[in-house]
Design a binder for this molecule. Structure first.
Ligand code: ZN
Length: 149
């Protein structure tokens, strides 16, 4: 188990030290900042979509602990190229797994996001890990006319 834990930790630390798609988003108003008061994490997002409604890019700005920053960084990579509905579905699955509403093993099929599996046993940390994803769900446009079965 130690090997796996180390691997997870390595993924988180890598994304914390070198966050992907982190940028100054001065054009995004402060009213769009999402916060996790229990830890002091704050994040805002910029999601760009192409004409067909696919996510072409996500950038984030803000401050936070290793877990919130790494989670945001991984999210920007994980969701690129997905449709809005797909991105929404991944976000729901990630949040629900960490909260215990779905089996934690769901994370095993979610690439590097499995690195947050150990977070599930610490409710305060779950808020850190899911902050960016809640922000995303509020930032994605509503898509009408698609069947979300
Ligand atoms: Zn945090």
């Amino acid at each position: 188990m130690n090997t796996f834990d180390d691997l997870y930790q390595e993924i988180v630390l890598d994304h914390y030290r070198s966050p992907r798609n982190k940028a100054r988003l001065d054009n995004v108003p402060e009213s769009m900042v999402h916060e996790n008061p229990s830890c002091g994490d704050a994040i805002k997002l910029e999601v760009t979509l192409d004409d067909s409604g696919k996510v072409t890019g996500i950038r984030f700005d803000g401050r936070g602990c290793a877990i919130s920053t790494a989670s945001a960084s991984l999210m920007t990579e994980k969701l690129r190229g997905l449709t809005v509905e797909e991105a929404r579905s991944v976000a729901h699955r990630f949040i629900r797994s960490l909260r215990g509403d779905e089996p934690l093993e769901e994370l095993d099929n979610m690439g590097d996001l499995v690195a947050f599996k150990g977070v599930a046993q610490f409710p305060v940390r779950v808020k850190c890990a899911t902050l960016a994803w809640h922000a995303l769900l509020l930032s994605l446009p509503e898509v009408k006319g698609t069947s979300a079965a």
